[in-house]
Design a protein around this ligand. Structure first.
Ligand SMILES: *[C@@H]1O[C@H](CO)[C@@H](O)[C@H](O)[C@H]1NC(C)=O
Ligand SMILES: *[C@@H]1O[C@H](CO)[C@@H](O)[C@H](O)[C@H]1NC(C)=O
Ligand SMILES: *[C@@H]1O[C@H](CO)[C@@H](O)[C@H](O)[C@H]1NC(C)=O
Ligand SMILES: *[C@@H]1O[C@H](CO)[C@@H](O)[C@H](O)[C@H]1NC(C)=O
Ligand SMILES: *[C@@H]1O[C@H](CO)[C@@H](O)[C@H](O)[C@H]1NC(C)=O
Ligand SMILES: *[C@@H]1O[C@H](CO)[C@@H](O)[C@H](O)[C@H]1NC(C)=O
Ligand SMILES: *[C@@H]1O[C@H](CO)[C@@H](O)[C@H](O)[C@H]1NC(C)=O
Ligand SMILES: *[C@@H]1O[C@H](CO)[C@@H](O)[C@H](O)[C@H]1NC(C)=O
Ligand SMILES: *[C@@H]1O[C@H](CO)[C@@H](O)[C@H](O)[C@H]1NC(C)=O
Ligand SMILES: *[C@@H]1O[C@H](CO)[C@@H](O)[C@H](O)[C@H]1NC(C)=O
Ligand SMILES: CC(=O)N[C@H]1CO[C@H](CO)[C@@H](O)[C@@H]1O
Length: 616
């Protein structure tokens, strides 16, 4: 009891929700002036935070590169003149993505208690950590729990307890479940009573918090805001990477999203979009404030608490809102059943089940002074699951030229194939987006089509894209600024981690199986498939710095690149190679008429007996 009281005290001190609960509340505005800003560069807060973080990452990278046993490489001399910026991205895909991603993350964490993964310390060496949908549960849960380690999460009984679905967390305990839904309903009702429009994302967000935020707050994160991360020790001391959660915009009535959809990011300081369709940011803690042209309508009534941590993760994973609709079988409070039936009964609204309402729209009547802003007209900003535009890996924030990344580790736990494995679709979408007007100066290395991903085994072991910056000169003059991408796709080693995206409950054994397989994916089966895997990762990290300095790669790094880089080959496999295209690369080889069976991974379980027959 005393323990709870102490925790509660800590929680309320940290929580910025003025209501101490899920409902947002009113506070005095920081000033009468504009709260929004143009996306011309990083916020000054992020810039100075990153500068301090770099001191930590440089030290961690020194240890990492030393332990990686790079040959013909002087770590100290390299780090005295270079400071590579590393980003980690974790895809969507429900609990499959969260759990497999957790194993992958654990392999990079120096705190993980296991045989040396070879890659330990890479998390500590990274500046950015991005998540989307199921990946946002991992990133958000870790960040909002003050950079908790995966080991520690597993050791706890309540945090990440997936024994039962979110709909009936207490299993067959009817009273327990009823109390749970009563509490959830009361919190959503309080938000509505405070004058904010609520949607299915609200109950989804709250229930998600019971699983993901329990540790940080005895009230299941009800008052914990995404912007509260800035007050946590791990963030204040720059011990953790900068956590970013991604979401897309989709208005009611708009049915399909494509690469043209505007991508939003939540970071601890700011919320907004780099895309020219908006090109603005607002302090995350003031989302929900009534603004006109970025200026508070009433300087005594700004809003705090709208950026509830669960609500941010719930927005990024709003495709799961439909799961909540199934709760109608259980006895739930009238307020909630009324809210749900609005969506079930009205055929028009039913199409909007996945939309999270951000009302008032913080960008109402705002202009970036850079042309039209399609979001300024509406009183509500409509956001959906970050994976709905096909870019299921949160790469957009990491390829912003302002962030200057050298290398991105792109973890793909998507279910692209019929059997729930990834096939590179996400990378293809991100690659293509750079050529649209909305790409706005972002660049991404060449990648092949999905059939090639499968046929050339690019999903069966880690694959590097953009290995030679020079070869990207047809994309941009600033080719040295295009990050190298280390693509790591879900594969089975010790466990079938291709569970359905909508599998809502995992026993303890299943949870551990998923996490362990993620660990093995990341480490190349505990480095048994490649003893030099850590060195090869080191080669990827130092590559752009070397290219800028005109330094030749060591023999070892050349061998690593020969093994892990996509060299431009295309193998669509379906036809007789007639539709060969090498996307501007000069070195591609065309494979004609080869067998259509591909991809039994080295050491992995038997996979891809039948490859997909169509290109998306
Ligand atoms: C890989 O290492 C992890 C962590 O030490 C361990 O749990 C797992 O059993 C190992 N896997 C294999 C196949 O040895
Ligand atoms: C680096 O070499 C040392 C000594 O040979 C060895 O103990 C260690 O496991 C190696 N590290 C990696 C990541 O291979
Ligand atoms: C994207 O928007 C541009 C105009 O901004 C339009 O020309 C193009 O056709 C759109 N592309 C897709 C795939 O919708
Ligand atoms: C603004 O709202 C209207 C009506 O709901 C909708 O058609 C339009 O797409 C919305 N625009 C944006 C950018 O959300
Ligand atoms: C997982 O993958 C295996 C091999 O591809 C397949 O046989 C199995 O049906 C898949 N499971 C699911 C749930 O898709
Ligand atoms: C893909 O992997 C399988 C199994 O390791 C191998 O037989 C096949 O040759 C590989 N394909 C290519 C193009 O490397
Ligand atoms: C979840 O189930 C495991 C057994 O599979 C049990 O040890 C654990 O206590 C359960 N957790 C909770 C919170 O009920
Ligand atoms: C880059 O281009 C050179 C020259 O055409 C070629 O030898 C090399 O294989 C290419 N590298 C990649 C990763 O495609
Ligand atoms: C090759 O491309 C042409 C033109 O786009 C298309 O009609 C044809 O179906 C393609 N062939 C295969 C086997 O994909
Ligand atoms: C390609 O496959 C067809 C049909 O299986 C076969 O007739 C042809 O000889 C093959 N071509 C080559 C170059 O192997
Ligand atoms: C690099 C680039 O093209 N940046 C543009 C992104 O969009 C804004 C707003 O339209 C422009 O001002 C930038 O020049």
């Amino acid at each position: 009891m005393l323990y709870l009281a102490v925790l509660y005290l800590i929680a309320t001190v940290l929580a910025t929700s003025p209501t101490d609960g899920y409902a947002p509340g009113y506070v005095q505005c920081p000033s009468n002036s504009k709260l929004t800003r143009d996306a011309t560069g990083l916020s000054s807060s992020e810039s100075s935070w990153v500068q301090s973080r770099k001191e930590i990452t440089n030290a961690a990278l020194s240890t990492f590169l030393t332990n990686a046993n790079l040959t013909d490489f002087d770590v100290d001399s390299f780090l005295s003149s270079n400071s590579p910026t590393i980003g980690l991205a974790f895809s969507g895909g429900g609990y499959r993505a969260m759990l497999t991603g957790a194993g992958e993350l654990a392999a990079l964490d120096s705190r993980t208690n296991s045989a040396n993964s070879g890659l330990k310390g890479l998390l500590q060496s990274s500046t950015y950590l991005a998540g989307l949908s199921g990946g946002s549960w991992l990133v958000g849960s870790v960040a909002l729990n003050d950079f908790i380690s995966v080991d520690e999460i597993i050791s706890q009984d309540t945090l990440w307890n997936l024994n039962n679905s979110i709909l009936d967390p207490d299993g067959i305990d009817v009273i327990g479940n009823t109390l749970y839904w009563t509490a959830v309903s009361a919190e959503i009702a309080a938000k509505q009573l405070a004058g904010f429009k609520v949607t299915i994302t609200d109950p989804w967000a709250r229930t998600l918090s019971y699983q993901l935020l329990t540790n940080s707050n005895p009230l299941e994160g009800s008052a914990l805001c995404y912007s509260d991360i800035v007050n946590l020790d791990s963030f204040q001391n720059h011990q953790a990477p900068f956590p970013i959660v991604v979401s897309d915009s989709r208005a009611p009535g708009q049915l399909l999203l494509d690469s043209n959809s505007t991508i939003f990011e939540f970071n601890p300081y700011e919320f907004g979009s780099w895309d020219p369709a908006l090109y603005q940011f607002i302090p995350t803690q003031y989302i929900g404030s009534d603004l006109d042209g970025g200026v508070p309508v009433n300087s005594y009534a700004c809003v705090k608490g709208f950026d509830n941590g669960g609500f941010v993760m719930g927005t990024s994973s709003s495709l799961f809102n439909e799961v909540i609709l199934d709760v109608s079988q259980v006895d739930i409070p009238t307020f909630l059943s009324d809210l749900l039936s609005t969506f079930v009964l009205d055929p028009v609204t039913a199409l909007s089940v996945d939309i999270a309402y951000y009302s008032p729209n913080p960008f109402y009547e705002s202009t970036s002074g850079r042309g039209p802003n399609i979001f300024s007209e509406n009183g509500t900003l409509y956001l959906v699951d970050g994976g709905e535009d096909g870019q299921n890996i949160p790469l957009a924030p990491l390829i912003q030229p302002n962030r200057n990344l050298d290398v991105i580790f792109a973890h793909d736990n998507s279910a692209d194939t019929d059997e729930n494995w990834p096939d590179g679709t996400s990378l293809v979408s991100t690659y293509q987006r750079q050529f649209l007007p909305i790409g706005n100066g972002t660049h991404f290395p060449y990648v092949p089509d999905q059939n090639t991903f499968l046929n050339l085994n690019l999903t069966s072991k880690p694959t590097f894209f953009g290995c030679d910056a020079q070869n990207l000169s047809s994309l941009t003059d600033n080719y040295l600024d295009v990050p190298l991408v280390v693509y790591i796709a879900n594969r089975p080693f010790s466990y079938w981690t291709n569970t359905s995206t909508y599998k809502m409950a995992y026993s303890y054994e299943e949870k551990i199986g998923m996490i362990q397989n993620g660990y093995e994916i990341e480490t190349r089966l505990n480095t048994t498939l490649d003893e030099e895997w850590a060195a090869c990762v080191g080669c990827a990290i130092i590559r752009r710095s070397q290219e800028r300095a005109g330094t030749e790669q060591s023999e070892q790094c050349q061998q690593c690149f020969a093994q892990y880089c996509w060299n431009g080959d295309i193998y669509t496999g379906d036809a007789l190679g007639e539709n060969y295209s090498n996307d501007g690369l000069t070195s591609g080889t065309e494979y004609y008429n080869s067998t259509n069976v591909a991809g039994i991974s080295d050491g992995g379980l038997d996979l891809f007996k039948k490859k997909r027959s169509t290109i998306n």
